[in-house]
Design a protein around this ligand. Structure first.
Ligand SMILES: [Zn+2]
Length: 169
């Protein structure tokens, strides 16, 4: 983890509202202008041990974050509205781990009504099951961590979802 100074959200007011998203299902949207590095919302969940985490991952739970050596966090709970925030290949936020808590933090200044996104950081396992609809020009077509973007761009064109954007990378 890098040691940036953390800025808490401007007030008690919620800075994210949740409504229908053009990317997928519900999404989170900025309710006001947000400064870079502001913590938008905490990604809440149930703390579980590694064996329970493995069991839930194998049951295709897509909301599990690594917390530390012994525990993970399952964000697939009703009290975690941040689970609705969509993935993007060109996100305006990132998930940051700080003292076993996960925050969605602005990577840049965000304008009111912009959809809030972060990179889900998925690995390449079964990546074709997770198409990305983020619509950004940099979209690699699937939900994967940024470190795998180059790998996907080198895949054969038929794997690229050209139908979506009418173009190849
Ligand atoms: Zn994308």
């Amino acid at each position: 983890m890098n040691a940036k100074i953390r800025i808490d959200k401007p007030s008690d007011q919620e800075v994210i509202v949740f409504r229908r998203s053009p990317i997928h299902g519900l999404g989170g949207f900025a309710s006001q202008r947000i400064e870079k590095e502001v913590r938008m919302i905490e990604y809440l969940g149930e703390k579980i041990n590694k064996s329970e985490s493995l069991r839930r991952c194998e049951a295709n739970n897509e909301f599990i974050f690594r917390l530390n050596e012994t525990e993970d966090l399952d964000g697939n709970v009703a009290w975690n509205p941040a689970r609705w925030i969509n993935h993007s290949c060109a996100p305006n936020c990132e998930a940051e781990l700080d003292d076993d808590r996960i925050w969605i933090v602005a990577l840049r200044n965000i304008e009111p009504n912009e959809e809030i996104t972060f990179n889900y950081g998925y690995d390449l396992e079964d990546y074709q099951q997770y198409p990305c609809w983020c619509g950004s020009p940099q979209c690699v077509g699937f939900i994967v961590a940024e470190e795998f973007f180059e790998h996907l761009r080198q895949q054969r064109p038929y794997q690229w979802p050209a139908d979506k954007y009418g173009q190849t990378p």
